[in-house]
Design a protein. Structure first.
Length: 129
């Protein structure tokens, strides 16, 4: 397995786990039965951190839809370099940092981590074209 595919796999797995903490918060704030149903006007809101975590998860999924095809395209085309490998490693850590920083409401560093991930995507795109 290439370095790029390894880090893509880790990123997919990580993104797939991001929902767990905010669902546990729903259990705590709404109860399990209400969480399993549909929210209505009487449904209590989630904790602020959990709502930010939900938004960070949504952002991670949106960006994974860009990152994954880029990595898979480099694989299919046989484009493997130090730059593409480092871009995939940076992307993973930048997305993890973004998730944590967004959840903790740390705005400037959150934006920096987002931009690092975006830069990793640009690096992969430029390697392809």
């Amino acid at each position: 397995m290439s370095t790029e595919l390894f880090w893509l796999s880790l990123t997919v797995g990580m993104t797939g786990l991001f929902w767990i903490p905010y669902i546990l918060d729903r259990f705590a704030t709404r109860g399990i039965i209400a969480t399993l149903g549909y929210p209505d006007a009487k449904t209590p809101p989630q904790s602020d951190w959990a709502e930010r975590m939900r938004l960070a998860h949504h952002n991670a999924v949106e960006n994974l839809a860009i990152f994954a095809p880029l990595v898979l395209t480099t694989h299919v085309l046989g484009i493997h370099s130090g730059a593409t490998a480092i871009a995939c490693i940076i992307y993973f850590w930048a997305r993890l940092a973004h998730f944590v920083l967004y959840s903790l409401r740390i705005p400037v560093l959150r934006t920096v981590s987002f931009l690092l991930g975006w830069g990793a995507q640009v690096t992969l795109f430029l390697a392809i074209v």
